[in-house]
Structure formats: structure tokens, C-alpha cells
Design a protein around this ligand. Structure first.
Ligand SMILES: [Zn+2]
Ligand SMILES: [Zn+2]
Length: 154
């Protein structure tokens, strides 16, 4: 499935329903929604409404496979809570069900790594092309593909 398809609300809802039936042999009867306001968490289970929220960044950064693992994790909370069992991370019921269904224990970091600002900036004296670099360039050895020499700007 493409990222675009995965990010559709209907796709998410039907995926959660399918994962629930396949791995938990129980239906998911509530709503699954993408929520952009989730920052670093991959998903959230609402104790009051029984609905699930998912962070679209899981799809954007890691793809379908990781989304399914997060769905399993949230469904563990969901089914255990509804059945009155230990639904919290520290509970044995939760740990065992998570293991049995192959859900993810921790969602990998969702904050994209900031690209480091280049320390040096070179420019070609002939064509003007800029070359941002993390390290110093040996100007005697390296030039622009156009054949021009580079100069250090900062
Ligand atoms: Zn959780
Ligand atoms: Zn050049």
C-alpha cells in the first residue's frame, strides 16, 4: 500500500478492524482516527470512549509494518480494558498479550532528526554553485564539476 492510501481515514479504520480479528479473534467496534497532535507517541487509547488515535508520523517515517505493530499495541490496551483485565504497560496481562500478538513495546522516536547546519560554505568562482559542507575541503584537490576553483565563504 502506498503512504497516501495508508494515511486515509478509512484505510486506518479497516486495518484496525482486520488486525483485531486476525490477531485477537475479536472485533474492534469503535473508531480509529489519525491525530496530528500526537507528538512523540505512536498511538493512544481513550479509556472513556474506547476510541484509538494514531500518529500519522508512524506511517510517514516508518511505513506500514510499523503501523501494524502500533495498532497491535493499542488493541492490547483496548481489548484488555474492555475485558476488565490488566491493560496498563506494567500489567502482566498487557505484557503477555503484546508478546503473543507481536505488538511493539516502544514506538521508535518520531521526531525527525534535525539536519545539522553545514559548518562551511564554499562557492565556485566560475559558475557560482554553492557547496555546503560539514568538513573543510582541500581546495587544491577538489574543485567544482564545471572545472572552476572553489572559495570559502564561511
Ligand atoms: Zn501503550
Ligand atoms: Zn562551477
Amino acid at each position: 500500500m502506498t503512504t497516501e492510501q495508508l494515511l486515509k481515514q478509512e484505510t486506518l479504520q479497516s486495518m484496525v478492524e482486520a488486525v483485531s480479528l486476525e490477531f485477537f479473534s475479536k472485533p474492534f467496534k469503535h473508531h480509529a482516527t489519525y491525530n496530528r497532535r500526537l507528538q512523540t507517541t505512536g498511538g493512544r487509547y481513550h479509556l472513556g470512549s474506547h476510541d484509538l488515535d494514531f500518529n500519522p508520523k508512524v506511517v510517514e517515517v516508518y511505513g506500514e509494518e510499523e503501523l501494524i505493530k502500533v495498532i497491535k499495541h493499542e488493541l492490547c490496551h483496548y481489548h484488555l480494558h474492555i475485558e476488565g483485565k490488566g491493560y496498563q504497560h506494567r500489567d502482566r496481562d498487557f505484557k503477555e498479550l503484546l508478546k503473543a500478538t507481536g505488538g511493539t513495546r516502544f514506538v521508535p522516536p518520531l521526531v525527525e532528526k534535525k539536519k545539522r547546519a553545514p559548518k562551511y560554505l564554499y562557492q565556485c568562482k566560475t559558475c557560482g554553485k554553492a557547496f555546503p559542507r560539514q568538513r573543510k575541503i582541500n581546495l587544491w584537490r577538489y574543485g567544482c564539476p564545471c572545472g572552476g576553483r572553489l572559495k570559502l565563504i564561511k
